[in-house]
Design a protein around this ligand. Structure first.
Ligand code: GLU
Length: 309
């Protein structure tokens, strides 16, 4: 691929900035409402030393739902497919990410996939570790390895802000506890989940994580695989079918890159065998996806033929 990312990215960021006016910053987690809705940042990592980046690419933001991809990989590494998929299904829902509806209407009452909140909570409950500190340290170690950034940590203010207001997630967890999908103390699970969602990265970290996923867990400066081949394949498939909330179908058609977004405005993209992409744009559309980030991915996919389809 002839690469003009440097100049193209500048133009593309300028072009998509105007869409931010049509979106809104998430405010159901109070700390997220402090984000600047005009921000747009992007980084692309192709496995060489530098990232191509533009806009607010150094700005730190929390992973939110992007963390679901990473906990899924870790839970699969911890327990294998049989255990994980006894707790969570493999089907897209077409419902908003925090919907409780299918938990009640679907029999057996397990969440339909690991990318919706109910499914992510079930997956988080599987992460190995005697205490939440131990579980979080394992997850942080994993994220630091994938991104090559040892400084990565979680943002306590965002975690606390979500923990205090996470009543909908609590109700999903209580529902699943009643139906035997999870066990243990719900608030202990919520404490871990809100911290996992509050792990803080910038676009470059995210681009490197995307690259590692795109290359079956292999990192260019490591001589071993961080995620087993089969697990990386499985996780990328979920990114295609459920990664962009209930806009995943349209996203597959318009963009066609395995990707996962979060309500902080981050999106990670993993082009199989190709580049990793990290985006930030906190103004969200009505489904919870970064409005400028989606547009930017559409432009990138068209220009560099990145669609896998
Ligand atoms: N922490 C957020 C929640 O559970 C994540 C949602 C998201 O990014 O989609 O509501």
């Amino acid at each position: 691929m002839v690469c003009h990312y440097g100049t193209d990215l500048k133009e593309m960021v300028e072009k998509v900035k105007r869409y931010t006016k049509d979106g809104q910053v998430a405010n159901y987690i109070p700390a997220l409402s402090k984000a600047n809705p005009d921000d747009v940042g992007v980084a692309i990592f192709d496995g060489n030393d530098t990232c191509f980046s533009e806009g607010n690419h150094r700005h730190l933001f929390t992973l939110q739902s992007i963390s679901k991809v990473l906990t899924l990989a870790l839970a699969l590494m911890d327990h294998g497919e049989d255990v994980v998929f006894s707790k969570v299904g493999m089907e897209p829902t077409g419902d908003p990410f925090n919907s409780i509806a299918k938990l009640e209407s679907h029999v057996p009452s397990k969440p339909l996939n690991p990318m919706i909140n109910a499914g992510a909570l079930a997956v988080s409950s599987l992460i190995k570790g005697d205490t939440n500190e131990e579980k979080l340290e394992r997850l942080l170690h994993f994220v630091r390895e994938l991104s090559g950034n040892k400084q990565i940590n979680f943002n306590q203010e965002v975690a606390t802000s979500e923990f205090k207001t996470a009543d909908l997630n609590r109700s999903l967890a209580y529902f699943m506890k009643q139906h035997g999908v999870i066990s243990g103390d719900v608030d202990v699970l919520l404490d871990f989940y809100t911290k996992q969602c509050a792990i803080e990265v910038n676009c470059e970290d995210l681009a490197k994580i995307g690259y590692a996923l795109a290359h079956h867990g292999e990192h260019p400066d490591k001589n071993y695989s961080i995620i087993p081949y089969e697990i990386a394949r499985l996780v990328k498939t979920f990114m295609v079918t459920c990664g962009m909330y209930n806009a995943s179908g349209e996203f597959a058609i318009r963009v066609g890159i395995p990707a996962k977004s979060g309500v902080s405005g981050g999106i990670v993209g993993a082009v199989p065998g190709g580049v990793g992409i990290g985006l930030y744009g906190p103004a969200l559309d009505d489904k919870g996806n970064s409005i400028a980030g989606m547009k930017l991915l559409e432009l990138l996919s068209a220009k560099y033929h990145l669609s896998i389809f």
